[in-house]
Design a protein around this ligand. Sequence first.
Ligand SMILES: [Mn+2]
Length: 362
Amino acid sequence: MQYNLYFCIPVFLKMTFDLTNRAAQMGQIAAASRKVATIAHTHPDGDAIGSSIGMYCWLRSLGKEVKCIFPDAISTNLTFMLEGQKADDFLNYADAEGPVRDWLAGCDLLVILDMNSFSRAAGLEEPLHAIKAVKILIDHHLNPATEQFNLVISEPGISSASELVYWLLKDLIGKGQGELSLQGATALMTGMTTDTNNFANSTLPSTLEMASELLAAGVDRDNIVEKINWRYKESRLRALGMLLDRRLTITPEGTAYMILYKEDLEAYKLGDGDTEGFVNIPLAIGNVRMTVFLKEDKGHFRVSVRSKKGTSAANYASRYCHGGGHENAAGGKIYFPQDIPSPGEASTYLEKTIKEYFNESL
Ligand SMILES: [Mn+2]
């Protein structure tokens, strides 16, 4: 076997971030705390949940009282991530406002994961501003609202919040502080896997190194992949087929968009997580450089934007959809009647803004 190439790769390419100081600060704050809440963003995805559970398991190993709090319910296709955990320790604000407020009021530490600002926490935004506890941010989105936190650990270059948590915990565990159970490790592997779309994007040497170490530690990746990818309901695929056949529009600027209305969600009985990943599909088309997916909600469309390298999904989402995110994966909202008179005007709005966006960025 030939490994010569390996020796040509400069070692400094391996790790582009140094977390030692921030890990130490996090370790000191955690050691001094007693009662903790982890908080992640609204419509929590695999990374939001995975990074929360990883952090939860580590804090529990330190003997802390911890609850994982989400702004709203975890979609059914991701609830497998909670298997084997204490159900009482997972709360969502939409269903349990009182218990969440009570817990937050008694906390001395909040660990905020996979979001760059309290505004990503929907109804929890106002309680988060009011709480006096020490706040640590662990995130990989652009432009963190640094003034909201006591310690900011933000690395937009890293694959996922779950990967960031992994490297922080590895550093601290290596110095003797706490441990990570197999369940915690599995959650971090899951969060990284969903955020990289199973190693299709944002995958760095450090990401593969993390995966390699977790596999060696006994994490069952086959099981994760099966649960993430092969457990959808039939109506999800039928809805996707309908969208691709009848609702996919490709603009002259190379942007593909699809719109799913309230009536479709009812007809196909689609729940919150059932359209996850739809936005990525049209990127497979050669001349498409950006995709936009709209899903109707109360008073607004939820917007997902994806782009190939060289085109910024984040800029489009922030300019036209009150949102933002990562360079190639972003999201936001289009409100009616503020942005468009009615849901039926959504495609006109997209056509106009996409044209403007690309003509101005030329
Ligand atoms: Mn993430």
